[in-house]
Design a protein around this ligand. Structure first.
Ligand code: AMP
Ligand code: MN
Ligand code: MN
Ligand code: MN
Length: 304
């Protein structure tokens, strides 16, 4: 029998295809600034052949129970990783730290996240005041209506400002109004990043430095951030995020290894775009120690 005929047979016999894993450890739902409900998000993950998905909404764990319920009721072939993305402050920069495998019922974590939510609300009020001073009045009610009880984020402001014609795209709203130093920007008042690492670990989770290249730090500051993240007890770095080049991926893997941090991968999915979807382009070569290597829910097996 020719080789090409034997190979699929071998794969079926050994179950090789079944052990290939697609893992995505960063995503958002309607509970913060994503556009899908938790149930729709897990359904999309399955459509996209994702085997393990972390939901990591901004400063809230509100979507996790509904996501797990949908998985259980529909018996979806998907492992949910309980997560959260905490907004923190480091050297006046806003740095996001993802907590993975957290206990979402941990009372201290819940009360700490409630404080972050309160900060988000107060910041939203201040953002609205600043926009009103610049001839864009009455945005708060519309923004809160868009958020509809979710964690209120700058994304909700951006969607509203695009809706009322103040900018042509989300990116332009950030450039013009919401980015650091722009008229609607409120200097951050988030929890210190070392403290947020502790919050996550107190809830039995692992702390992951989210999308390290999104902060637009130069090489020196990026190295300093990763070094101080490790010194503060951080566990892992997202070495793969959307729209990264192979060179950037290799450099982040090297930085992680230099500081004894493991590697995580995440799409940071909010909604489908041409460059972003669940599980898209997240392949990590198997010579890099991964954050999930010691997790019983994810068998040690190659990724797709
Ligand atoms: P916040 O946590 O309220 O400060 O909002 C931050 C969120 O805004 C991020 O998680 C992104 O989802 C979104 N965001 C930040 N910058 C941009 C941008 N340039 N274009 C579109 N969305 C952005
Ligand atoms: Mn977001
Ligand atoms: Mn983020
Ligand atoms: Mn995110």
């Amino acid at each position: 029998m020719p080789c090409f005929a034997i190979l699929p047979l071998y794969a079926i016999i050994t179950g090789y295809f079944e052990v290939l894993m697609k893992i995505d450890l960063h995503s958002h739902t309607l509970c913060s600034d994503g556009v899908l409900s938790p149930a729709d998000l897990v359904a999309r993950a399955v459509e996209r052949d994702v085997n393990a998905l972390a939901i990591t909404d901004h400063d809230t764990v509100a979507g996790l129970a509904a996501a797990q319920q949908a998985i259980d009721e529909l018996q979806l072939p998907l492992t949910l990783i309980n997560g959260v993305e905490i907004s923190t402050s480091w050297q006046q920069q806003e740095i996001h730290i993802v907590g993975l495998n957290i206990n979402p019922h941990c009372p201290t974590l819940l009360s700490r996240l409630a404080i972050q939510q309160q900060r988000r609300f107060e910041r939203a009020e201040e953002m609205a005041r600043r926009l009103a001073k610049n001839q864009i009045p009455d945005v708060l009610p519309a923004v809160l209506a868009l958020a509809n009880g979710a964690a209120v984020t700058r994304t909700h402001f951006a969607r509203h400002l695009v809706d009322i014609g103040q900018a042509s795209s989300m990116n332009n709203v950030f450039k013009k109004y919401l980015g650091r130093g722009k008229i609607g920007y409120v200097p951050n008042n988030w929890v210190d990043f070392a403290e947020a690492i502790q919050w996550i670990q107190d809830a039995n989770g692992v702390a992951v430095l989210a999308h390290p290249l999104k902060y637009k730090l130069n090489g020196k500051w990026l190295r300093r951030l990763v070094e101080q993240f490790a010194e503060a007890g951080g566990d892992a770095i997202e070495v793969i995020s959307p729209q990264q080049t192979p060179v950037q991926k290799r450099e982040l893997c090297a930085l992680a290894q230099l500081h004894g941090l493991t590697a995580s991968v995440g799409s940071d999915f909010h909604q489908v775009t041409t460059w972003n979807d669940l599980g898209k382009n997240l392949y990590l070569s198997d010579d890099v120690p991964t954050v999930w290597a010691s997790w019983p829910q994810i068998p040690a097996s190659p990724q797709v």
